[in-house]
Ligand binder design. Structure first.
Ligand SMILES: *[C@@H]1O[C@H](CO)[C@@H](O)[C@H](O)[C@H]1NC(C)=O
Ligand SMILES: *[C@@H]1O[C@H](CO)[C@@H](O)[C@H](O)[C@H]1NC(C)=O
Ligand SMILES: *[C@@H]1O[C@H](CO)[C@@H](O)[C@H](O)[C@H]1NC(C)=O
Length: 441
């Protein structure tokens, strides 16, 4: 008995020692979320006593006249310090790219990403030799099959998620975060052309998406976003970066897989494109626009997946390729007041979201660059069902060395339970040891 007790206690203390050194404040930079001491956290603090405790997430486009004061204060501070360019909103042209009146969209004054203008600090290319895995518009029913596939292949990906879809597809969201330990990035609340929106509307689209991700991941705040349709400009870029600390990730090739359902492209055409890109130059690395929007778009990815390894690429979740790109955003230092708390969402929200991706970015040989066709916004892929993951599974190939790093940064904090510092774990281990000791007596 004594011996058993000693062993238990020794084990418990050893675990305590080990776990006490487990990840805490010093986090890796190649994570999808900001460090806990990043000032942007102040914008998403949750306070159970707040009078806004009963507030719910927006059920459609966020109301710009009803935003948390902390976000507005941060925007105002950024504007007052000259960090947000005073650029007019672009004009929406259904079926075509937004326009800026007499302003040249490629001028430094505008620098519209829809017109391929590259704003300093935005990410378009991967590091040489790498493929950045990323998918837009989830979570959705077709995501289930994708997540199974990624998991089976020991591969992480970045999911550029739409807030309304997170509300509606919690199951898939939780799989991405908890089961796959994948990376979550912001793809706005309702998937609009961001440059057509006012500053406050931009604030709402980004802020609410960050809020729900924060709420459902135990307090994490994303570091990256991707503009719907690839539509951003210096003004939108600045609000994302200076107010919310978000870095923009664009892409350098476009599969047009969003158009599969409407017949705008075909599986064969996508395969041909992917064969070409995977078989092509290793410089720059590939950031390919792909979607978890339909069963077919997921199939298209899975079908071509073996080509990545066959061509000798390193594949990694796209945000993890840019760990070193972390920059402090001084705009986020602004003193913010107030706190907000968002109730858990119940029920279903009729979403729009989803895609119809304008040519947005893209290299020379991407089809349809700039041919903005936003078709119908309601592509919630209702036909999808959780698929058996087996049929197209390829041999587990090739993930780059870091995808499975032992320091699992995603030791997940539960969203419904309060989350505790790592200190609780060793404490519980000790307690368990003592309970066992008691039982043996
Ligand atoms: C960046 O932020 C960290 C804390 O988040 C701070 O310690 C550091 O000094 C900042 N660096 C710069 C260059 O502002
Ligand atoms: C990437 O490849 C290009 C072309 O081979 C080369 O010029 C460039 O220096 C490479 N970049 C890095 C960071 O190695
Ligand atoms: C958008 O798609 C519709 C239907 O597929 C097509 O008729 C229209 O020409 C397209 N518009 C553009 C700008 O590509």
């Amino acid at each position: 008995m004594r011996f058993f007790l000693s062993v238990l206690l020794a084990t418990s203390y050893a675990l305590t020692a080990v776990l006490a050194h487990a990840p805490s404040k010093t986090q890796r930079r190649d994570t999808w979320y900001h460090d806990e001491d990043h000032p942007v956290h102040a914008l998403f603090r949750r306070d159970p006593a707040s009078p806004t405790a009963s507030a719910a997430y927006p059920s459609h486009s966020p109301d710009p006249s009803n935003l948390p004061q902390a976000w507005i204060d941060a925007l105002n501070a950024a504007m007052a310090s000259g960090k947000i360019p005073d650029l007019p909103q672009s004009t929406m042209n259904p079926g075509r790219d937004p326009t800026y009146g007499s302003l040249d969209p490629n001028s430094p004054q505008v620098c519209s990403t829809t017109y391929q203008c590259k704003i300093d600090g935005d990410i378009w290319d991967g590091p040489n030799g790498t493929v950045g895995a990323g998918f837009d518009d989830g979570p959705l029913p077709p995501s289930t099959k994708l997540y199974s596939f990624l998991k089976q292949n020991n591969l992480h990906a970045t999911h550029f998620m739409i807030g309304l879809n997170i509300v509606q597809y919690r199951t898939q969201f939780d799989i991405a975060v908890n089961t796959n330990e994948d990376d979550i990035a912001v793809h706005t609340w309702t998937h609009p052309y961001m440059t057509t929106l006012s500053n406050l509307q931009v604030l709402g689209e980004l802020g609410w998406t960050m809020q729900i991700i924060h709420d459902l991941t135990g307090g994490r705040v994303p570091r990256f976003w991707r503009p719907p349709y690839g539509d951003s400009d210096v003004r939108v870029h600045a609000i994302a970066l200076e107010v919310f600390g978000l870095t923009t990730i664009m892409w350098n090739y476009d599969t047009n897989d969003w158009a599969l359902e409407s017949g705008g492209t075909s599986m064969a055409a996508i395969k041909k494109s992917l064969q070409k890109w995977y078989g092509g130059s290793k410089s720059p690395g590939l950031i390919i626009l792909e979607h978890e929007l339909s069963d077919q778009s997921v199939e298209a990815y899975i079908d071509a997946f073996p080509l990545i390894a066959q061509n000798g690429w390193d594949v990694e979740s796209v945000v993890r390729l840019f760990g070193g790109a972390y920059k402090n955003t001084s705009g986020a230092d602004a003193e913010v007041g107030g706190s907000i708390l968002v109730a858990e969402v119940g029920g279903t929200i009729g979403g729009d979201g989803s895609d119809g991706n304008a040519g947005g970015a893209g290299n020379a040989d991407t089809a349809g660059a700039g041919g903005g066709n936003d078709s119908t916004p309601n592509v919630m892929a209702a036909n999808a069902s959780p698929n058996s993951p087996g049929s197209h599974t390829t041999e587990p190939t090739h993930t780059s060395g870091t995808s499975n790093a032992p320091t699992s940064p995603n030791a997940q904090k539960s969203s419904s339970a309060p989350w505790y510092g790592t200190g609780i774990v060793p404490w519980i281990m000790s307690l368990v040891g003592l309970v066992f000791a008691g039982l043996t007596f």
